[in-house]
Design a protein around this ligand. Structure first.
Ligand code: CA
Ligand code: CA
Length: 304
């Protein structure tokens, strides 16, 4: 056995070298992080967002969105499907996206008097709008894109609902209601999202073909209390698409309310978006200003 003995001087010298090495690796890591783009530039996209106050205008319309079926929009929220039997509703962005990567934060509430509710709420990103009276939680089947489904009702009786799942469809799959989509899902997590003291939230991020869904259980009103529900790599969605929310009830019925839908486009550092000549910060400021002006105009209209 070989024994190493260090004199005090050698020990100090090594400690200094180790510190130096740690510092160098930290710098290399920081540079690498910048290069692989794990911290994207972010821009709020108001044409793909809605939030209170004045979510809906006096005439009931939601700027930049269209809704239908049994959905009702107010100043405070969009009731996508009310707690009555066999209801279906949906709300979709009017415009198709024009950015590659995005994050959508949806704040919602699913509430009902029963211990069990139905059917659920779904978030969509798809190549064409799925309408508001389709068979998949109010949306059209065989969609091309992503569905993040908040499935309240346990159709396959496996005692695993409410359940949150992501389903990627290439336009050919018919949703497997009998098995609660379990044969088709990309990933999911078992979380109860009904009847929470505070609104529940989902943050759905699609960045460089990685899909991440964070969920906020609504047990607190602390914005930080998100946890990872889904992470899937190598996800290839249609380049551009429409955002939507739909919901449906059955024999059992919950209220399905969306309180806000906030979209942020994500841009790989060093790759400025082609259609925007301004630096991202200036652009963000400009958009924020535009949005403010727009809100002011709405307020004025309201007063009138
Ligand atoms: Ca179900
Ligand atoms: Ca089930």
């Amino acid at each position: 056995m070989v024994k190493f003995q260090l004199t005090g001087g050698q020990g100090l010298k090594m400690a200094a070298e180790v510190r130096w090495l740690l510092l160098v690796s930290a710098i290399i890591l920081a540079i690498a992080r910048g290069n692989d783009g794990s911290a994207p530039h972010r821009r709020f996209e108001y044409k793909y967002s809605f939030k209170p106050p004045y979510l809906a205008q006096k005439d009931g319309s939601v700027p930049f969105w269209q809704y239908g079926g049994n959905a009702i929009a107010s100043e405070e929220n969009v009731r996508i499907a009310p707690s009555l039997r066999s209801q279906k509703g949906g709300i979709w962005s009017k415009e198709k996206t024009s950015f590659d990567w995005w994050e959508a934060e949806v704040t919602f509430r699913v509430t009902g008097r029963g211990r069990v509710g139905a059917d659920g709420l779904a978030f969509w990103y798809s190549e064409s709008p799925g309408g508001h009276d389709g068979p998949v939680f109010g949306s059209a089947d065989q969609w091309n894109g992503l569905g993040v489904i908040f499935d309240s009702f346990d159709n396959d009786n496996k005692h695993n609902n409410p359940y949150i799942m992501a389903i990627h469809n290439d336009g050919t799959k018919v949703f497997d209601h009998q098995n609660d989509g379990s044969t088709q899902l990309l990933a999911g997590c078992l979380r109860d999202f009904r009847n929470k003291p505070f609104p529940t939230k989902a943050k759905i991020e699609y960045y460089q073909h990685v899909l991440t869904v964070h969920f906020h259980s609504g047990m607190t009103n602390n914005d930080e209390d998100y946890e990872v529900c889904i992470r899937a790599e190598n996800v290839v969605l249609p380049k551009y698409g429409y955002f939507g929310l739909t919901a449906a009830t059955g024999g059992l019925a919950d209220d399905h309310d969306a309180l806000s839908f906030l979209t942020t486009s994500l841009h790989v550092p060093g790759q400025s978006p082609p259609t925007i000549p301004l630096p991202i910060d200036a652009e963000q400021e400009k958009l924020a200003h535009e949005y403010e002006e727009y809100q002011k105009k709405l307020d004025k209209q309201r007063e009138e």
